[in-house]
Design a protein around this ligand. Sequence first.
Ligand code: TEU
Ligand code: CA
Length: 556
Amino acid sequence: MEKRWWKESVVYQIYPRSFCDSNGDGIGDLNGITGKLDYLKELGIDVIWLSPVYKSPNDDNGYDISDYQAIMDEFGTMEDFDRMLATAHEKGIKIMMDLVVNHTSDEHKWFIESRKSTDNPYRDYYIWRPAKEDGSLPNNWGSCFSGPAWEYDKTTDMYFLHLFSKKQPDLNWDNPAVRQDVFDMMNWWLKKGVDGFRMDVISLISKEPGLPDKETGINGYATFNVSANGPHVHEYLQEMRQKALNNADTITVGECSGVTLEEAKKYARSDEKELNMVFQFEHMDVDSDEKAGKWTTRKMDLRNLKKILTRWQKGLQDIAWNSLYWENHDQPRSVSRFGNDSDEYREISAKMLATCIHMMQGTPYVYQGEELGMTNCPFNTLDNFRDLESINAFHELTEQGKMTEEDMMAAIGYKGRDNARTPMQWDDSAYAGFSTTNPWIMVNPNYTKINAKDQVNREDSVFKYYQKLIKLRHESELIVYGTYDLILDDDKDIYAYIRTLGDEKLIVYCNFSENTREVELPEEFVNKKVLISNYSDAKANQKITLRPYEAIVIQK
Ligand code: TEU
Ligand code: CA
C-alpha cells in the first residue's frame, strides 16, 4: 500500500462558533482558535478541519455561504485567518477548509443575480423549475431540514431547488461556469497555503436528469440523499482534481451522504483521481429506527455496528482509504450514544470508544471536546435549541401527528446536532472559560466537572488517553497500514479485532457493556506487550477478564 502523510495523520475538527471566544461577544472566533493551537499541539493532532468561517447569514451556522473569499464578521478578519494559518503552520499543524459547494446562501451574489430574471447570466447557476401542469411542486423531494425541497420565487414565477434550508439553494453543477468558479475559488485558498478540503455533501452535486419523483420518507417527502452519487459526480470530481487539487499537496475528504461501499471505491480510490477518503454514514444510522429515522432514543445493537464497520474496513482494504469517526458537529456526543455517560463509567467508556476507532485502519477524526469525553446536553425545552434541523423537525413531525411532543423532545434531546455544538469546556470558571459572557448556545452544566484544565494535567484523563492513542499511531506502521480482521463476530458485548502487517500483529478488545466478560487470548499474544488499556492493571493473560467498558490492546 502506498504510504501517504494523510494516511498517517490524525485530524481534529473545530466548530469555530463553539470553540473559543476571544473578544467576549459569546461567539467563538479565529483569534480564539489561534490562542488554543498549543493545546492542540499538546494533544498531538496533525491537521485541523475547520468548519466554515466564510461570510454567511448563519441560517445553518456558516454552511450557508454568501462570500467564499471573505471571513464571517463574528469570526474576525482575513488578517486573523492568515495569522491563524501561519501560526498553525509554524507549529506543524495543517489546516483543512470546509468546502460547501453543493449550495450557497440565497444571499450569495450569484443567487441574487440568478433570481432576477430567466435570462440573467447567473440564472443557470441554480436549479429552477416551473410548477407541474396541475400547479403542484416540480417533484416530491424534501429538504433535509423539513418541508419540500422547492421554494417558490415570485419574480420569475418558478421554484428553486434546496436540498437543505430554503436559504441554501443548490448550485447547478451541470453548468461548466459554476464548476470553473468553484475551482478558481479553491485555487485562491490553495495559493494562500491551506492544506486541503473537507467537502460538504459532495455526493449530492450531480442531480439525476429529469429530477424524477422518489420514494418518500417519514415526513411525506423524499429524503435529501435521493440525489446522492448522481451520474456525473465522479466526472466533476476528476475535473476538480485536475483543475484545483493537483495544484498542491492536499488532504481531501468528501462528506458523502448516501454513499455505498461500491461508490466509495470510486470517490476514494488509491489512484488518487478524486478524493483521498470519504465520510460514510452507515454507522451513524446504526441506532436509527425504520419508522422515525434518526428521531428515536433507541440504542444500537453492537453486532450491527461491528458488521457495518467491518464491511468498510475489509471492503476498502488496498482499494481506497477509510476515515474513522464517532463524532462531528452533526452528531450527538458518542459517550452518551455508544458509551455510558454516568459518573461511574463516562471516562472509562469514552476511552474504550477511542480505542475501538483509533486502532482501526483509516484516518481518525477527533471532534472538539470528544478528547475530554464531553457529553450530550440537557436542553429540556425547545427554547434551548438553536439548530434549525431539530426545531423544524419538532414542529413538522408533531404537527403531522407522527410523533408526540414528549417523544420528539426526547429524540432531539438525544440525537439533535446541538449536543455537539455547546461551548468547548476549557475550565470550571463561568461559561466554561469559553467566553466572558453568556454564549450563543447554552453551556453544558457539567463543565465544572468536565473540562480541559482538569484533564491536561491529570494522568488518567480522557485527554491524556487520546494523546497516547495519537502518539501510538504516529509511531506504528502496523496501526496505520495493517489489515483488519474481526474476531468474536457474534458477541453482543465485545468488539474485538486483529491488525496485521507482515509479521507484526496486534489484538484489540473493547467491552461495550457493563457486563464482566471472560475471553481467551490467542496463544501468540499471551504475555505480550499491553500497548494501551483504560484499566491501569490490564494484563495479557491467557484468560482475560474484561471489566465494564474495558479496552485492551496487545501487540505480539
Ligand atoms: O451535512 C449534511 C449531511 O449529510 C448530514 O450530516 C446532515 O446534516 C445530518 O444528517 C442532519 O442530521 C452537511 C453539514 O455537515 C451540515 O452541518 C449542514 O447542515 C449540511 O451539510 C448543509 O450544508
Ligand atoms: Ca467572539
